[in-house]
Design a binder for this molecule. Sequence first.
Ligand code: ADP
Ligand code: MG
Length: 809
Amino acid sequence: MADQVPQNGGIAGFGHGSPTADPVVYIRVVLLKQLGIIGQLGRFHPRDGQIGETAHDQVHFAGTPVPAAENQAFPQAAELCIGTVWHGHRNSFPLVPAEVRTKRSQNSQQLHLRKPVRPQILFPLFAALDKLPGLGPRLSKLAAKLCGEHVVDLLWHLPVSIIDRRASPSLALAENGAIITLKVKVEWHQKPAHRRQPYRVRCSDGSGFIDLVFFNARDDWLEKNLPVGEWRAISGRVERFGSELNMVHPDHIAPAEDLEKLQGLEPVYPLTTGLPAKTLRKAIEAALTRAPELPEWIDPAVLQRGRWPDWRVALAAVHHPEAGTDLLPQTPARQRLAYDELLANQLALALVRQQNRALVGRPSQGDGQLRERVLAALPYSLTASQSQAMAEIAADMALPNRMLRLLQGDVGSGKTVVALLAMLIAVEAGGQAALLAPTDILARQHFAGLQPLAAAAGVEIALLTGRDKGKARDALLARLANGEIKLVVGTHALVQEDVAFDDLRLAVVDEQHRFGVQQRVALAAKGRGVDLLVMTATPIPRTLMLTGYGDIDVSRLTEKPPGRQPIATRTLPLDRLDEVAESLRRAITGGARIYWVCPLVDESEVVDLAAATERHRHLGQIFGDRVGLVHGQQKAAERDRTMAAFAAGEIDILVATTVIEVGVNVPEATVMVIEHAERFGLAQLHQLRGRVGRGTGKSSCLLLYQAPLGETAKARLSILRETEDGFRIAEEDLRLRGGGELLGTRQSGLPEFRLADLTAHGDLLSMARDDAKLILERDSDLLSPRGEALRILLYLFQRDAMIKTLRSG
Ligand code: ADP
Ligand code: MG
């Protein structure tokens, strides 16, 4: 495909016609750069003149970023025709689908091609932090790491406690450990004799003496700020040794007349090393003074009901707590700010939804023949929820809209066969389907599982991974492009640029607990109106589902195939490792195969690897050479060999780091040992445990922990003992740790909130969701005065990309 883009605006088109397929024209539009539109890659079908995909349209799964969406703005409401060269003929067709055009025809003479620009009123909030007093280049970097890079991020950084500086006893009465604030006279300075000794400044208040104690302080600074004979206001914690009073590094030293300013309640913020509390507080104060008055975006009735203050007042209130109760999530000010954040989240999702509805898809409907053959070949019949999910998917695919569906099901619930049946619908309808797996191992495993079934249906299936190279790969690609191969399973290798399909109708993305938005989008772009099915084993609690997916369509596999045995789960302190080894010996004698998952020592794989290597050596001493090791740093071939040996029963114990997907399906494996289970997220433990209990043998899972365990850690591990229901585990984890902490969901790319706390503000979330829906029903382009205010809200929470979907006002 040629690629010629005019330098300073204009339109370029290039033809690409494959001999067998309908001609598809690729167009790159570089529209009027001076108006701020950068460029867009789109696909057009010249026959119907409708828009198929644009990168920006593919914001399917909301809340998750789309690569370079910023640069792929869709020129809204442009009544604009573009010319293309197609098979040497000149074509021109409208850029905007007919129905959109009619609706927007009043604007037909006008081009609204502005790139959305952040409203001026918000500029001060999006200034860089080094513009704030006290934050130089070094400290502003630390603050940015802690809070975020803009002034507004400081406003979102809320205090977690308060220091009460109102007590002002005389020195004679000051109690050990108390925070006191008072006026003192500087008597004399005692400089240290050695470097290790502190610098002392003796002060008095008439009732007694106190030594201000400084380590590693600069003499000149102390002499300047605490001149002998003068009065100063100081505040800090006192230590009393008999009649001697010390104050180590006073929190405040100020001119005497500032005493009253110090005697109040002081908010305490989460900090990072190197950033002094005082500096951060001062910067936050400055940020508060820069917060502009903003138009109200919350419905007046809602404001009134909760007695919520307006935005600026709420900010001032949360940063100036007057009592401990002001720090609770239920205060009107905190509720209001949480609602702002949730409303921005839900409105953005609703906008994506609104846009997705207008997406052009293609109906895929089959005669069911291929599916029948597979069902006949299966050694089992589908569970009720598998059949239900199939019906939902088939109905969706038959519609002319694009399918965007999430298939959610616990490990082992049987998602793979559902995916295959969905893929066969695409084939029955005359097209192709692809399954994208996150790792090589999983792609191979899917392929191995699907191949016999596809064969039963008489459909050719291929595997494409990064390991395919050269001529064989070229041949495979050619057969994909000409449509000979109907089904393909692969890794990210599938989304490489030179992989083309004859007619890709369905993309299935198996994300396990790893979301790869970029790849998902890239795969969908390889066809026209491609239906998308995302499979996830992450049990996402309903509340989080709402924040990340809005009301996206979800099919859930709620039951496991029959005949599964429960997995006996036990927790055991690590110091009983010897007993564990002993019971493993007995299990191995009985024919068991064992996974041993090594601790998540660090974020770094190197450290994890060291621990796994050490465990492998240790177990090798006990069990000899029937212990294997797999980890992410190995060559793929070596890893495969070890996996295969484990599957074949040539080794009994497979030691693994978690960085590699332990997603192998070895039904004979019946024991899962997880070291340092307390360091894992519950969702992840649940996933790991799901690797056993896949066959007919009785399975067990040993969670080894480092004693002593805290209350929460104990509660978390005991949930695993109690239940195997992934959804319940996720709900409990959410309850115990709060949304952002959930390991499985952090990986899933769900948004984390700064102001809202989902465990406390769950009711606000559903309110925000209903509100967002209503808002768009009444004012789909946010053009009313409240709509204008809501646009500001979207900018405030950096949902700029969403604003591009709106007609400009
Ligand atoms: P998931 O991908 O959801 O973790 P799989 O699709 O790998 O689960 O299925 C797990 C196992 O269950 C596979 O061995 C599969 O053959 C089997 N299986 C799937 N559906 C059924 C069913 N309805 N009845 C019995 N076994 C099933
Ligand atoms: Mg699976």
